[in-house]
Design a binder for this molecule. Structure first.
Ligand SMILES: [Zn+2]
Length: 153
């Protein structure tokens, strides 16, 4: 595994839409391993493939916030968003040192493939739901400077 460079402050690249993963081959497995290592090093909660320069529909999220259970979501689809719309501050490894007020629902149900190609359904709320929606947005070229209001402290 190797660290990958995180794309920073590049709105043009980060606004591109990612393509589906057609085959989970060795290159994808290596990419996901590298993304996990990169996420741990950067001490982040989630990372999407376009953030390391790869326009493929993959993201990872540290769902237990302990770096021991970093889940991969390949070809993810949000199947339900529910709950109240909360306003909350979000940061992003691609926009270091900046925070934005973002409104999102507080629950999400998501369907995705794991590294074995198996489909699973994952349900989350609050902070992790928000992280899943944030990372999923990256795959559609949506970043927090586009949808939020920057907060300066
Ligand atoms: Zn982000």
């Amino acid at each position: 595994m190797a660290l990958r460079e995180i794309v920073k402050e590049n709105m043009e690249f980060l606004s591109k839409k990612s393509r589906p993963v057609e085959k989970i081959d060795d290159r994808i497995i290596e990419l996901v391993g590298d993304m996990k290592e990169t996420l741990i090093k950067a001490d982040g909660v989630g990372l999407a493939a376009p953030q390391v320069g790869i326009l493929k529909r993959i993201f990872i999220v540290d769902v237990d916030l302990d770096k021991k259970n970093i889940m991969e979501f390949i070809n993810p689809e949000i199947i339900k968003k529910k709950g109240k719309n909360d306003k909350y501050l979000e940061g992003c490894l691609s926009f270091p040192g900046r925070s934005f007020q973002i409104i999102r629902p507080d629950k999400v149900v998501i369907k995705a493939q794991n590294l074995s190609g198996e489909w699973f359904v994952y349900e989350a709320e609050d902070f992790i739901a928000r992280a899943l929606m944030h990372e999923n947005d990256h795959l559609d070229g949506i970043t927090i400077p586009k949808i939020g209001k920057e907060v300066f402290d």
